[in-house]
Design a protein around this ligand. Structure first.
Ligand code: SF4
Ligand code: SF4
Length: 108
């Protein structure tokens, strides 16, 4: 029953230590500025694909860092590579290069 206008989400347990973080390590090597992300969400707020679909580039980055690559691999193709996100990033992360590198790492 939902009498308060909200409900409590199902608990979601992430066994962080068991996840494979090799993709995150490789990304960090190939696109070092991806380590500078502070998760501000500026990129996703500006994202062209995010305005048209449920794509969320900030969430995608977090998934990669957690080693949750299956969902990230499914989401990647929604990015149109327009480059808008990198013009707003306060940390100078080359998000477009990051996406292209992830395509190579996740789909090869
Ligand atoms: S705008 Fe830059 S710092 Fe902010 S979440 Fe996106 S990539 Fe990270
Ligand atoms: S390059 Fe991709 S992630 Fe960045 S704004 Fe364009 S569609 Fe969004």
């Amino acid at each position: 029953m939902n009498i308060w206008g909200f409900s409590i989400s199902e608990a979601r347990v992430i066994n962080y230590d068991k996840n494979d973080k090799s993709i995150a390590a490789q990304l960090s090597k190939e696109v070092p500025d991806s380590n500078l992300c502070i998760g501000c969400g500026g990129c996703s707020a500006t994202c062209t694909a995010g305005n048209l679909t449920d794509f969320n580039i900030r969430k995608l980055q977090m998934s990669i860092k957690r080693g949750e690559t299956t969902e990230a691999a499914r989401e990647l193709h929604k990015c149109m590579l327009c480059g808008k996100c990198l013009t707003v990033c306060p940390r100078g992360v080359d998000t477009r290069k990051m996406i292209l590198t992830l395509h190579k790492l996740l789909h090869n």
